[in-house]
Structures are given as C-alpha cells and as structure tokens.
Design a protein around this ligand. Structure first.
Ligand SMILES: [Fe+2]
Ligand SMILES: [Fe+2]
Length: 149
C-alpha cells in the first residue's frame, strides 16, 4: 500500500470523509487518531481502485490492525481516566473489530479470495458508525464533566 503522509481527509471525494460535525469528539488527540484511521482506509480504497494485488490488501489490513490497536489502547486509557461509564461496551466493540480484521487476514492466509469491496464496506460502516454513535459519547461525557467544574 502506498504510504501517504499528508492528511487527505479534507478532500471531498474520499471514500470516507472526515466531518467535524459528525465525528469530532472535541479531543484533539483522539480526533487526529480517527482521521489517521480514516486515512489508512482511504489509502486501501485508492489502491483497490488502482487494481492493487492481494499483497497490497494484506499490508493494508496489517496497517489497520496495528494502528487500531494503538488507537483503542489510547482511547480506552482516556475513558478509564475520566471514568466514562461505557468503557466495557467500548472494549467489547474494539475487540470485535480486531477479531473481524483478523478473520479477514486468516482467510487470506488460507488462500481464500476475499472481496475487497466487502472488506471496504465493513471498514467504512464500522468506522463511521462507531465514531458517530459510540466514540462521540465520550465527547459528550467530557463536555458534561467540564460543565460540572
Ligand atoms: Fe472507540
Ligand atoms: Fe475511536
């Protein structure tokens, strides 16, 4: 997978586009990690469009697992630090995501064909839904907590 160092999220024709309103949880670190995760998925989409090989897909999946692990660890750390009540639900959801990606990697290892479009659709749906419906709750919790002080 070609590495893109610049942030491509601002471009409107991306597979997944960052939208402050929809995705920002008002925490700079976590927002930038979410942008980076979206970037990696967009690179996978771009390389698929260019007719990338199975190796390209495998490398992209490995990059997603690696980055997601770091991100989940940081995000779970933040949740436990602030006493976020949905921590266990989040942990479960993060684990399920990693399991699914590991499943795709196993299929590849066994020599099975995997549909890049099915994989991309899973990534897009999961990332958009998880950030918008679960991670944003962390932002709301943080906001309410700040208002208390
Ligand atoms: Fe999360
Ligand atoms: Fe997240």
């Amino acid at each position: 997978m070609p590495q893109k160092s610049e942030n491509k999220n601002d471009e409107s024709n991306q597979y997944i586009s960052w939208d402050d309103e929809r995705y920002s949880i008002n925490n700079e670190e976590i927002d930038s990690q979410h942008k980076k995760l979206i970037d990696i998925c967009n690179s996978l989409y771009d390389s698929h469009q260019r007719g990338d090989t199975i190796d390209g897909i495998r490398n992209a999946l490995l990059a997603i697992v690696e980055y997601a692990r770091t991100h989940f660890k940081d995000e779970e750390g933040l949740m436990s630090e602030i006493g976020f009540p949905g921590l266990n639900r989040q942990k479960k959801s993060h684990r399920e995501f990693l399991d699914r990606i590991t499943g795709f990697l196993q299929e590849l290892r066994r020599g099975h064909q995997i549909s890049a479009l099915r994989l991309l659709a899973f990534l897009k749906n999961w990332i958009e839904d998880h950030i918008e419906n679960e991670d944003k709750l962390i932002g709301s919790f943080l906001k309410a907590k700040k208002a208390e002080v």
